[in-house]
Ligand binder design. Structure first.
Ligand SMILES: [Zn+2]
Length: 271
């Protein structure tokens, strides 16, 4: 239920539903969140597609998103079926260039600022667009849960290379690029269907959620496991949770503060 639309900001009013931990007075709550961030020194942030929509990258799960235009290719199909590999690289070469041209928005820059202030503990992202690095967050502090489209990886020798020269090779007529060192199959360095997440990433993400002093879930619908489980880890360890997402999430009841406003508008106001 939304009762407030002050200054085009949508606020979820949950106080009337008896949930006092939710926002009621927008001005007061913004100040509260700002204070909470100022008091925190080890903030863990989980981000999803909503982070990048204002950089012109559409949520690939939404209607008109990548998944509605292209058939999915599992990792098993990619390895065993040449036709599937060719198809996969064709769609990647059609979709990655626009992603590489996208610029970080004010929300990315605000998180970059948190890192420069020494307040960011870990950034866990489900995004594969590389815009957090561009937005000023130290690469070493980012866990890319679903990998990145800015790199390709050799499935044989695990060598990681920049995606751009690989895309150029496709433009020149190669249909299934191979590793120049060992001849193995190259694939964009993202987690494909049928492929597990990197176990090391999961260990760091769990620790990041458990040992932070504030947990923020930004632009994620919290529908995908295990990313959503990190909210549970933070909450069950007594850490305050802030959720900012356009649509409701299954974890809203756990949040100390819950906003549904544009991240590019909100984050610069509270960081
Ligand atoms: Zn190789």
């Amino acid at each position: 239920m939304r009762l407030f639309t002050p200054n085009s900001v949508n606020w979820q009013d949950n106080k009337q539903a008896g949930r006092d931990n939710f926002l009621y007075d927008p001005k007061m709550s913004l100040e509260n969140i700002k204070e909470l961030i100022q008091e925190s020194n080890n903030i863990t942030i989980l981000t999803g597609a909503g982070m990048s929509t204002e950089s012109g990258i559409s949520d690939f799960r939404s209607p008109g998103g990548v998944w509605s235009k292209y058939k999915t290719v599992t990792i098993q199909e990619f390895i065993s079926d040449r036709e599937k590999r060719i198809y996969y690289w064709k769609y990647k070469s059609e979709t990655i260039p626009s992603m590489l041209k996208a610029k970080p928005n004010h929300a990315h820059l605000a998180i970059g600022k948190l890192d420069q202030q020494g307040k960011l503990f870990w950034l866990l992202t489900q995004n594969i667009d590389g815009l957090h690095e561009e937005g000023g967050v130290d690469k070493k502090r980012i866990v890319r849960l679903h990998g990145t489209n800015r790199e390709a990886i050799c499935l044989s020798c695990n060598r990681v290379i920049d995606i751009k020269p690989v895309l150029e090779r496709i433009d020149m007529g190669e249909v299934e690029p191979k590793c120049e060192k060992c001849g193995g199959l190259l694939k964009p360095n993202t987690v494909s269907f049928g492929q597990g997440l990197n176990p090391e990433h999961l260990v760091i993400a769990e620790k990041a959620s458990r040992e932070c002093d504030l947990f923020m879930a930004l632009g994620t619908s919290l529908q995908v496991f295990p990313a959503n489980s990190f909210v549970d880890v933070a909450y069950s360890n007594g850490k305050p949770v802030i959720i900012v997402n356009r649509d409701p999430t299954p974890y809203d009841d756990l949040a100390k503060y819950r906003l549904s406003e544009s991240l590019a508008k909100i984050l610069p106001m509270i960081v």
